[in-house]
Design a binder for this molecule. Structure first.
Ligand SMILES: CC(C)(COP(=O)(O)OP(=O)(O)OC[C@H]1O[C@@H](n2cnc3c(N)ncnc32)[C@H](O)[C@@H]1OP(=O)(O)O)[C@@H](O)C(=O)NCCC(=O)NCCS
Length: 414
């Protein structure tokens, strides 16, 4: 079975998280991903949060699987000549440097098109054109400027960033979609194009339902928010604790063991269609005849009391027992799974969503494999490359002789 993106060559100038998540995804789908790194230095994440001294960090290894590494100083004359050959050789170039870095090296979009009109040139930046376009941006800056932090957290408390890397990995995912769309378009147009995705825009896209709520506010209180009916609504969509954000109320409730286990909780959604089963399971059959409880609209002003009653029941069971009882009743619920539980979950290993790979310097490590499954194009997850591991082989592929390679090395270009 062939890989879906086999034959696509990616010139990967990415670093840190956002760009590498994009190119790793394309590499899992079978693209040949050539990661260009500064000689002797490499992607800064190789050395960040190291758990084993002088060995590529998990930060790096988990974001750069299935790639090849070439060290190249793209600011030197020899390096620029090699870089030009790489642009001729590849289909897609991806970068997430600070704004203008590639231009400063002399590789503007105009220049890239001159070298290879079929090139798709994709970039992640913190912001799109506007007042902040020149700013450097990391994950949490994007979460704060994209509407996630202002709408995440406890009611009346500070804004919160989330553990899900929606700014970095989320934008990488958006960019990957832009790249495959441009590749598809190129089959018709014969031409490459510029693909850009700002982290602020990517986060805002993921916070779409909060912009929905912002507009609903003009027409009255948000009845599914915990602030309703007694709290105040201000001018902006507020933080809503663990409220579901959808039309079906939900909340996180304690389960047996919560006093000592920080993850002994479950999310329960009181979907209208399954409410009768839920009420019976928790011993509240009385709600089904009571007009104060037996319609979704009647329950809205008393959601806090309802979840308190549900919690009295869930606290008598562990989170997996609650799951086993409520799922057959069609009550959507989800135990709070810790990273330890996820790492040990056999079904995630079976599907390749969590994969163990072997690294020559660190030994075995776990990584998250490709969450997108294609029936005829399997994704084999391979380890990340060592710094410059493939320099010689890549230089040979783009036509450099042994003498050329030796000369570039002595000039410090590679
Ligand atoms: C992430 C970020 C804040 C890091 O900033 P930084 O560590 O200062 O790194 P920069 O991107 O500015 O790049 C540093 C320099 O290395 C240079 N460089 C990178 N690779 C090189 C190579 N192979 N050879 C020579 N020089 C190289 C760049 O050209 C740049 O030089 P310049 O400042 O003279 O133009 C910044 O890259 C950024 O804002 N990126 C866009 C948004 C983004 O993706 N953020 C999320 C990251 S997870």
């Amino acid at each position: 079975m062939s890989k879906a993106l086999e034959g696509v060559k990616i010139l990967d100038m990415t670093h840190v998280q956002s760009g590498p998540t994009c190119t790793q995804l394309l590499a899992w789908f079978g693209a040949d991903c050539i990661k260009v790194e500064r000689p002797g230095v490499g992607d800064a994440t190789r050395g960040q949060l190291q758990d084993i001294p002088d060995v590529d960090s998990l930060y790096f290894t988990m974001l750069n699987g299935n790639k090849r590494s070439l060290t190249l100083n793209t600011k030197s004359d020899d390096g620029k000549a090699i870089f030009t050959k790489l642009i001729e050789h590849c289909d897609v170039m991806v970068e997430n440097f600070a704004p203008g870095a590639l231009d400063r090296m002399g590789f503007t979009w105009e220049r890239i098109q001159e070298i290879n009109p079929r090139m798709i040139y994709a970039s992640v930046k913190g912001f799109g054109p506007g007042p902040y376009e020149d700013c450097k941006v990391y994950e949490n800056v994007a979460q704060c400027t994209g509407g996630s932090a202002s709408t995440t957290g406890e009611i009346g408390s500070v804004p919160l960033v989330t553990g899900a890397q929606i700014g970095d990995s989320g934008t990488g995912l958006h960019l990957a979609l832009g790249i495959v769309t441009a590749l598809f378009h190129r089959t018709v147009s014969g031409k490459g194009q510029r693909v850009t995705c700002a982290m602020q825009d990517g986060v805002l896209n993921l916070c779409r339902v909060k912009l929905r709520d912002q507009q609903r506010l003009a027409h009255g209180p948000l009845t599914e928010y915990p602030q309703y009916p007694n709290g105040e609504f201000g001018e902006a969509a507020p933080r809503a604790g663990n409220a579901s954000g959808g039309g079906q109320p939900g909340w996180i409730v304690k389960c047996k063991g919560w006093e000592t286990d920080p993850d002994a909780y479950i999310y329960v959604i009181t979907q209208a269609a399954a409410f009768a089963g839920l009420a019976k399971a928790i011993g509240h059959e009385d709600w089904l005849e009571d007009p104060e409880w037996n319609t979704p609209a009647a329950r809205l002003p008393r959601l806090e009391q309802m979840f308190d009653e549900i919690e009295k029941w869930t606290m008598t069971k562990n989170k997996f027992e609650v799951m086993d009882i409520l799922n057959p009743l069609n009550v959507p619920c989800g135990p709070i799974l810790s990273m330890k539980e996820l790492a040990e979950e056999p079904s995630l290993r079976d599907t390749g969503t969590i994969v163990e790979v072997d690294h020559p310097e660190r030994g075995k490590y776990l990584t998250v494999g490709n969450p997108v499954k294609l029936s005829d194009s399997p994704a084999d997850v391979a380890r990340s490359p060592l710094l410059g591991e493939h320099t010689d082989e890549i230089l040979r592929e783009i036509g450099l002789s042994a003498d050329d390679i030796a000369a570039s090395k002595s000039a410090g270009a590679v």
